[in-house]
Write a protein that binds this ligand. Structure first.
Ligand code: NAI
Ligand code: MG
Length: 347
């Protein structure tokens, strides 16, 4: 049987360019001979915006749609006003391709430094809703720019949107050894959305009797992510809470240099997009200082999503071994880390 992967590659801005090159290097090294990898690079980001004023056109969307998956570096640059690329490219694509499952695993690997005391066992996955909440652009302002400016940013929560992401999270929890799912919300204060989430969570729970359930308010969750991170297995939460707690999760489990994510369309109707959690890091861009590990682990998530479990595990094993042998006194360039991982996955 001949297999193929038709991959759209969006290096983007800043270190996105540097880390995606390493991700592709490792992808090429890990794939067996019989898998045909075809890549097409897209030039989205600040440069294209300055040259043409475009962020993501209809033709771009049509072209991206033809691919099995998308590998993204990072989009964003200080030369572009805040929000233009985030809304005009990143959020637009997540909405158009219905990336309603935003998957962010956190695992503290041996030898990796954490700001937490001791070496707590951290191995959990956050399933963040990706298409609703306060991120839909459902708001506006009046008397803008005056002392009487009024601004709204309304959180959108639909039974349909909540149920599908909650169901996905239950299935992911069921497939893991600990089978535990924690709902994170703020249902004591955000009562309308909170009740919708809580009720649907409890309804779906009845269909997964082997999954242990738990509930935490988001503020309490930030405490436990620091004091008792081992209590988490799978977390399901809304778009905004998920955005915030996954940065905290990354900080306690090895840092932004190793945090990977997937923007997933579970039905496969549109390509899913995999990217490091970090941004374009303009402060270190072009210097070979970026850690490509997060991008390389995103490639592992991409492979797992496409059914290449063996290859995903090989990448994760290589990263694990590489991290265990890293010592803090010598720093390797982006390229050298990529080379080392490419060698490990190939052998
Ligand atoms: P950032 O993640 O780019 O950088 C935060 C800090 O972490 C910086 O000090 C940076 O040097 C460091 N850092 C990030 N990735 C690293 C890596 N792989 N290795 C070593 N150090 C690393 O976040 P920031 O500064 O808030 O955003 C910069 C730009 O990136 C903005 O334009 C922002 O909108 C964009 N951004 C894009 C994202 C995306 O494309 N999904 C996600 C987050 C931010
Ligand atoms: Mg974020």
């Amino acid at each position: 049987m001949s297999r193929s992967i038709n991959l759209a590659v969006i290096p983007g801005d800043g270190i996105g360019q540097e880390v995606v090159a390493q991700g592709l290097k490792v992808l090429n090294a890990v794939l067996p001979q019989d898998v045909k990898l075809e890549t097409k690079e897209f030039d989205f980001g600040a440069k294209r915006y300055h040259a043409t004023g475009e962020t993501l056109t209809d033709a771009d969307v049509q072209a991206l749609k033809q691919h099995d998956a998308i590998l993204l570096g990072a989009i964003g640059d200080p030369s572009v006003p805040s929000g233009v690329l985030e809304r005009g490219f990143l959020l637009k694509l997540r909405f158009l391709f219905d990336h309603h499952v935003n998957l962010r695993p956190s695992k503290l690997l041996p030898g990796v430094a954490t700001p937490l005391k001791g070496q707590p066992e951290i191995d959990f996955v956050v399933v963040r809703e990706g298409t609703e909440g306060p991120y839909t652009g459902n708001g506006g302002s009046i008397r803008t720019g005056t002392p009487h400016e009024v601004a709204t940013e309304v959180s959108v929560n639909t039974a349909f949107g909540v149920e599908r992401v909650v169901r996905d999270a239950f299935a992911r929890a069921q497939a893991r050894p600990r089978k535990k799912l924690t709902l994170v919300h703020k249902n004591n204060v955000l009562t309308y959305a909170g009740h919708l989430w809580t009720n649907i969570f409890n309804e779906v729970a009845a269909e997964f009797p082997d999954v242990t359930t738990d509930y935490l308010h988001v503020d309490a969750a930030t405490i436990f992510l620091v004091t008792q991170p081992e209590r988490f297995d799978v977390i399901v939460t809304d778009n905004l809470f998920g955005d915030i707690i996954t940065d905290l999760a990354a900080a306690v489990s090895g840092g932004i240099g190793v945090a990977a994510s997937g923007n997933i369309n579970p039905s496969g109707e549109f390509p899913s997009m995999f990217e490091p959690v970090h941004g374009s890091a303009p402060d270190i861009a072009g210097q070979g200082k970026a850690d490509p590990t997060a991008a390389i682990l995103s490639v592992a998530l991409l492979l797992r999503h496409l059914g290449y479990e063996t290859e995903a595990v090989r990448i994760e094993g290589a990263v694990s071994a590489d991290l265990a042998e890293r010592d803090s006194t010598t720093t390797r360039t982006t390229d050298r880390i990529g080379d080392a991982l490419a060698v490990r996955v190939a052998s």
